[in-house]
Ligand binder design. Structure first.
Ligand SMILES: *Cc1c(COP(=O)(O)O)cnc(C)c1O
Length: 490
């Protein structure tokens, strides 16, 4: 046991490493040698004593309760739960990537910096943008970063006080209005028209010099391509606003078009969606932000650049937003995404989008006779069903989602997008076989028949999972956030 009174850190060692670092990265830390008396333990901590096999069984049992894309089909719309090739993991575990430290002098991590630089270059081609930052840790953080860049741009033009509003379509992902709000903007919702895309007339009604910009994902969350995107971008630019691309649906357009070609000024990508890195419960994310040239000075620093033959971290951008994430982003995720891009190649990425779109349309056609399809036109990489027909028979979309679990599927995204009643949003991705798509369709069709003939079996689902159906009403009314054994019988 160490003496609690003495700090276990040896202060001189981090100091020595810090001496070789850029000053901005390492604030001087002065640690007191003594802990305050009242913080010192009087009795040893009551740590659980378990054997290694007990511990191993505990975590293995937990891992067996988990469901991931390596267990089965995971058609969670908007989330692009594609298979994550294991070569990504091999590369991320290479010692030169896995065993380096962010405080190392840049001359000793040239390979890692080269990978980041090359990934930025690839993402520039994929998005058509002029500059990329890999710092944001997820799509939502990328959104906030992009909106702050928008704000800095307007500030530079002396217009930040006046441009207070961000336009967001009503089909948008919840993170869009949230990010705009957190970035200090007011959110103005733009309704969709009957064919599921932005209502141009309603958009025009909102245009004015108080608009900072518009956020849009294309294809949108209904899986539909916003055909008017060029005109929308022109309208926003016409009033001095900027256009932000939510890149979560990039899987549908890889190598076909780019956000830049559609007229967008700022984008974020979700590398953990489009570029096959584990996410959700399976890992952290990466939400790089790309901008057109005139916005590059505002990107987060440090920026990874190539000067002559050396890769460097450049922080000398006086207009920069600053740092948005500790160190340089989720490096391990970026290694995986880079590996994916390189193994696929340009033609491979194009094929990804073609197959993703084909799979979505195939499933949509198979299911259309049994469920209401929210919008009948050709979709991109995902589509939205409505369970209204089933709801009229007393079975809700949530019941159908739970019944799917009995057959070993993860459920689609439900009750989103908000503009479709009883929504079920299905994104099969390109990595599934025709057999899997057929079997999934067969199951959903069988459930539609159960709804008509034996609805109780759906209403009481799931029957085969390790955890039975939660009493949702009781969970909401008598919420218990702390486990108390004495209340187990309740
Ligand atoms: C997933 C998603 C986001 C948010 O991305 P995160 O990486 O989960 O933060 C934003 N928009 C859409 C359309 C999404 O599907």
């Amino acid at each position: 046991m160490t003496n609690n009174n003495e700090l276990i850190f040896e202060i001189s060692r981090p100091g020595r490493i810090a001496a070789s670092l850029p000053e901005s990265d390492v604030p001087a830390v002065k640690l007191s040698k003594k802990f305050p008396e009242h913080l010192i333990r009087k009795t040893p901590a009551e740590l659980p004593e378990v054997s290694e096999p007990q511990l191993m069984r505990h975590y293995t049992a937990l891992s067996n309760m988990n469901f991931g894309v390596d267990n089965g089909f995971y058609p969670l719309g908007s989330c692009t739960m594609k298979y994550n090739p294991k070569i990504n993991e091999d590369v991320a575990r290479l010692s030169g990537f896995a065993n380096i430290h962010p405080f190392q002098p840049t001359q000793t991590v040239q390979g890692a910096l080269e990978l980041m630089y090359e990934l930025q270059e690839d993402l520039k081609v994929i998005t058509g943008m002029a500059a990329i930052s890999l710092q944001p840790a997820a799509g939502a953080q990328g959104e906030w970063t992009g909106l702050m860049i928008m704000k800095l741009f307007h500030k530079q033009n002396g217009e930040d006080k006046k441009r207070t509003k961000i336009l967001v379509p009503d089909s948008a992902h919840g993170t869009n209005p949230s990010s705009a709000f957190i970035a200090g903007f007011d959110v103005v919702e733009i309704p969709s028209n009957a064919s599921g895309t932005v209502d141009l007339a309603a958009l025009k009604n909102q245009l004015g010099t108080d608009i900072a910009g518009l956020m849009l994902t294309n294809p949108n969350t209904l899986g539909l391509f916003e055909k008017d995107i060029e005109e929308i971008a022109k309208l926003i630019h016409g009033i001095g606003g900027l256009v932000y691309y939510d890149g979560a649906n990039l899987n549908a357009i890889l190598g076909k078009t780019t956000p830049a070609a559609m007229g967008f000024d700022i984008v974020h990508l979700n590398l953990h969606k489009t570029f096959s890195t584990p996410h959700g419960g399976g890992g952290p994310g990466s939400g790089p932000v790309g901008v057109k040239g005139f916005l590059a000075p505002y990107l987060p620093v440090p920026r990874v650049e190539k000067q002559d033959d050396e890769y460097v971290l450049n922080s000398s951008y006086p207009l920069s937003l600053g740092r948005v994430k500790g160190y340089f982003g989720n490096f391990g995720v970026n290694v995986r995404a880079y590996t994916y891009i390189r193994t696929m190649g340009a033609d491979g990425l194009k094929q990804v989008s073609e197959s993703a779109v084909l799979h979505a349309n195939y499933l949509r056609k198979l299911l259309a006779p049994y469920y209401i399809v929210s919008h009948p036109q050709f979709c991109k990489h995902e589509f939205v069903l409505s369970g209204l027909k089933q709801k009229k028979l007393g079975v809700k979309t949530m019941d159908i989602a739970k019944r799917l679990l009995d057959f070993g599927y993860y459920a689609p995204t439900v009750y989103f997008p908000l503009i479709v009643e009883e929504a079920m949003m299905i994104e099969p991705t390109e990595t599934e076989t025709k057999e899997t798509l057929d079997a999934f369709a067969k199951t959903l069709i069988a459930i539609a028949k159960e709804v008509e003939e034996t609805p109780t079996i759906v209403l009481e689902a799931p029957h085969t999972t390790s955890v039975r159906r939660m009493d949702e009403v009781r969970a909401a009314r008598k919420l218990r956030v702390r486990y108390d054994k004495s209340k187990d019988k309740e």
